[in-house]
Every structure is written in structure tokens, then in C-alpha cells.
Write a protein that binds this ligand. Structure first.
Ligand code: HEC
Length: 463
């Protein structure tokens, strides 16, 4: 054994590198808070391993996806692997978020680590994209309808919305191409981005050394006329001088990784990975809920539906994402200790409170509670989309269709009303009766579908 090791080492000369890596000094206070980074790495590796295992049995086609997932659940350990992948994803989003907060609170993104913050911010977005694309793969009700809603939201983005929707779905409707696309992105595009970003991120951490926690009084005071670089070098050298070897900092990392593994395994075994009914594009009454980490976004967009509002909200989200990525260049304050950065810390606190609040409201808000008109066989895609709108816009609060719905307005269709497309459209946009609110914020396409659905209700029309 040892001889083989020596033989290999003589050729690759790795041992010197490894020793240098493990023995290099790091600041003394590197400890529990710093484990969030390695915990993120650990969870990513866990996702890669379980993801590869799942891909060996998963079939990305609407005809077989659901059955292949159900089949995986019957394989030895199959359900556990699937559970670990699902719970691991949730935990990863949480831990990567905490890691970003820790780095922000300690201003570890300041000179010379600006670039690494930017890379980390992109990693965060990649993790969210993984979560979004992975959601559809089981092809159950939850997967299907959450993706309908998710892609619809993307489709509301001003200017590029239509193109994004088309690109994500691979067409107007969610179907085989959508699944192929999401699967391809989930197992090829995102992993490639992830590997490159993680590699550069870690390389930079090793090259630059781990940032010491901020001190109110720096170990080495900057001298008059000294360059930023020289002052930083001197201070970091002082930190390392009173530091410890890197391998001593590895114990907390290992402990945290083990705890996370235990949590994920426990959730996978005890709760498992839920699988709902097979996706049914006709079950329009299904009320989808995104996973917890998208609830805040879901709730935020729920408040803003009109055209101007969606412009505002997408503008806001774009700016927020840009600010997040560009933090090191926007924050010109040289101080690192939280006490000397009240603005940055307040901003961080407000963001955390807003995200938690929106998530809470999104998680507890009763899904509108209005009656839902079910679909019937033989409806066209447009009519189905119209029915979906009819339910979602709250028309059922006042109108009943086939006996389902409220009675503040007439049951639709009124027996003797003369309906043709133009008139019905006008009745929705500018109703004759004051009791019916004007639905003038709907887009022309939405109106088309709504009208198509309503006209299909007339006796004598198709279904
Ligand atoms: C707040 C209650 C209310 C809501 C919500 C509502 N309506 Fe109405 N609607 C009315 C009332 C009241 C009338 C007037 C009945 C009349 O004078 O014929 C009406 C009339 C109509 C008519 C004309 C019926 C006819 O044949 O003359 C249509 C079509 C219609 N609504 C469609 C819709 C659609 C589609 C929605 C959802 C986007 C909707 N309504 C939401 C109360 C409501």
C-alpha cells in the first residue's frame, strides 16, 4: 500500500502540495461561522452524487417520467436517494443563503475578494435555477402546475417575457419539449456552470486565504500614504501570524457536514420524497404551490398583476439581482466591522425581514377560497386556458357555470343572451352593469381565451 503511494507520489509529487495546503496558516478565528461555505460544498457534492444515481433510472418524457419515478421508489434505497436529492436541494438553498449573509455581514467581499463575491452570487442564482428546473422532472400534479405558474410568471416579464416563455416551454404549451428542455438544463447546462463557478470560487479562496472576521481595531493599523494593497497585505500577514494551520479548522467543517447528512437522511427516511398524482393538464382546479424558497417571489408577484405593475416589479427584481451581484462595487465604505457599516447592515436586515415576511404570507395565505369550475372532456387548449383564467380571476365569485359558482351575477351563459365574440369581450372589459367590475387589465390574448371558453358554453357549441 505504502509502496504504491510512494510510487504514485514520485510521479505526481502531490504530497508536498497537500502538506502545504493543509499546513498553510489561516486566521485564528476561523471556526463555526466559516463552516457554511464548506457545508454548501458538501451539499452540492451530495446533490451531484444522488442526481447521477437518479439519472440512471429516470426517463425524461411525459409518457414515462412519472412511471420511472414511481419505479425508482420501488428500487432498493431508491426512495431514500430521491428523498436525499429533494431535501438536500431545500437545505442547499438555505445554507447557500446563510453563507451569503455571513459573508455580507463580515464584509468579506471587500478588497481583494470582490471577484469572488460576484462568482458566489452567480452560484446562488445557479442553485435557484437548479431548483426551478428540477421541480418539473417528476411530472406529477405539483411539478406540472408549479411549472405552469412559474413559466407564466416569467412570461409576464416586459418585452422579453414572450420570448422567455417560448424558450422555456419550447412552444406555447407545457409538454414533451418542455420536459426535455428542463431536463437538459438541469443535468447538462447548470452542472457545467456549477463546476466552473465552484472551481474558480474555491481556487480564489485558497489563493487569497480565508478572510479573517472583521476587528474593530485592526491588528495592523494602516500607515500614512500606504497603498491599499500594502495595508491589506500587512494586516492579513498579522492575522496569519497569530493564526493556526488550516487542518485545525477542518474539524468543525466535518462536524457540520455530518450533521447536515444526518438531517437530510432523517428527512428522506421519515418523510420521504412526496409524489402526487400523475400530471393532468386538464385538472385546471389544481392550486399549485411552489416550494418554500420560491414562495416569497410568488407572493410578491401575486400583489402585482397589471401591465404597469409587472413592469415595475420586473424592473425591481432585475435591479435587486444586479445589486446583489455588484455589492462589492456599490459599497464604497472601507470599514469591515458591522458596527461601522450601519447602512449595509440595515439593508441586509430589511431584506431578510422582507423575504421572511413574504414567505410567511405566501405559505399561510388561503388559496383564494373561491369555487372552482372543473374542466370537461373535449375542451380545446384555448378554452382550457380560458377556464383557468375564469377561475383565477375570481369570476366564480359572482357567476356560476354548470351550477358551480356564486350568484351575484347571472349564471353563464344566460339562456337568452345573444353572444358573439365581440360582444362578450366588450361585456368583460366594460360591463353594462355597475355590479360587475371591469376586467380591463387582461391582455388581448387572455381575453381571447376567456371569450373562447365562454362561447364554448353556449348550447350547441362543440363540447
Ligand atoms: C362582483 C361580481 C362579478 C364578478 C367578479 C364578475 N362578474 Fe360578470 N357580471 C356581474 C353582473 C352583476 C353582471 C350583470 C348581469 C346583467 O346585467 O346581465 C355580469 C355580467 C357578465 C356578462 C354578461 C352576461 C350577459 O349575457 O349579458 C359576462 C359575459 C360576464 N359578466 C363575464 C364575467 C367574467 C368573464 C368575469 C371574470 C373575469 C366576471 N364576469 C366577473 C357580476 C360579476
Amino acid at each position: 500500500m505504502r509502496a504504491i503511494g510512494r510510487w504514485i507520489d514520485e510521479r505526481l509529487q502531490l504530497s508536498a502540495l497537500v502538506t502545504a495546503f493543509l499546513d498553510r496558516p489561516v486566521p485564528r478565528q476561523v471556526g463555526w461561522f466559516h463552516t457554511l461555505g464548506s457545508a454548501t460544498l458538501f451539499l452540492i457534492v451530495l446533490q451531484v452524487v444522488t442526481g447521477i444515481a437518479l439519472s440512471l433510472a429516470y426517463v425524461p418524457s411525459p409518457d414515462h417520467a412519472y412511471e420511472s419515478i414511481a419505479f425508482i421508489d420501488t428500487m432498493p434505497l431508491g426512495a431514500v436517494v430521491r428523498g436525499v436529492h429533494q431535501w438536500g436541494a431545500s437545505l442547499l438553498v438555505l445554507v447557500v443563503g446563510l453563507h451569503a449573509l455571513r459573508v455580507f455581514a463580515w464584509a468579506a467581499y471587500k478588497y481583494p475578494r470582490e471577484l469572488n463575491w460576484v462568482i458566489g452570487a452567480f452560484l446562488f442564482l445557479v442553485v435557484l435555477a437548479f431548483a426551478f428546473t428540477g421541480y418539473l422532472l417528476p411530472w406529477d400534479q405539483k411539478a406540472y402546475w408549479a411549472t405552469v405558474v412559474g413559466t407564466n410568471i416569467a412570461g409576464q416579464a416586459p418585452l422579453i417575457g414572450g420570448a422567455v416563455l417560448e424558450l422555456l416551454r419550447g412552444g406555447q404549451q407545457l409538454g414533451a419539449v418542455t420536459l426535455a428542455r428542463f431536463y437538459g438544463i438541469h443535468v447538462w447546462v447548470l452542472p457545467a456552470a456549477l463546476i466552473v463557478l465552484v472551481a474558480v470560487h474555491l481556487f480564489a479562496v485558497v489563493r487569497q486565504g480565508i478572510a479573517a472576521p472583521p476587528r474593530l481595531v485592526p491588528l495592523a493599523q494602516p500607515m500614512l500614504g500606504e497603498s491599499r494593497r500594502a495595508a491589506y497585505e500587512r494586516e492579513y500577514a498579522a492575522e496569519k501570524h497569530v493564526g493556526k494551520p488550516f487542518y485545525e479548522a477542518l474539524l468543525p467543517d466535518a462536524i457540520v457536514a455530518l450533521i447536515l447528512l444526518a438531517i437530510v437522511l432523517a428527512a428522506a427516511v421519515i418523510i420521504g420524497a412526496p409524489l402526487e398524482e400523475r400530471a393532468d393538464p386538464n385538472a385546471v382546479g389544481y392550486v399549485p404551490r411552489p416550494d418554500w424558497y420560491f414562495l416569497d417571489l410568488f407572493q410578491l408577484l401575486w400583489y402585482f398583476t397589471g401591465e404597469l405593475e409587472s413592469l415595475l416589479i420586473f424592473g425591481f427584481l432585475t435591479v435587486a439581482a444586479l445589486v446583489f451581484v455588484l455589492v462589492p462595487f456599490l459599497d464604497r465604505n472601507p470599514a469591515r466591522h458591522p458596527r461601522n457599516r450601519p447602512f449595509a447592515l440595515n439593508l441586509m436586515g430589511a431584506t431578510v425581514v422582507a423575504v421572511l415576511g413574504l414567505t410567511y404570507v405566501g405559505a399561510t395565505a388561503a388559496p383564494s377560497g373561491l369555487p372552482v369550475v372543473p374542466a370537461v372532456a373535449g375542451m380545446s387548449a384555448d378554452e382550457l386556458a380560458g377556464l383557468e383564467l375564469f377561475n383565477a380571476q375570481g369570476c366564480t365569485a359572482c357567476h356560476s357555470v354548470r351550477g358551480v359558482g356564486g350568484s351575484a351575477g347571472p349564471a353563464l351563459p344566460e339562456p337568452d343572451a345573444k353572444w358573439e365574440a365581440e360582444r362578450v369581450r366588450r361585456l368583460i372589459v366594460s360591463p353594462e352593469d355597475e355590479e360587475m367590475p371591469a376586467f380591463d387589465q387582461l391582455s388581448p390574448e387572455e381575453l381571447d381565451r376567456l371569450v373562447a371558453f365562454l362561447l364554448s358554453l353556449k348550447p350547441g357549441s362543440a363540447p
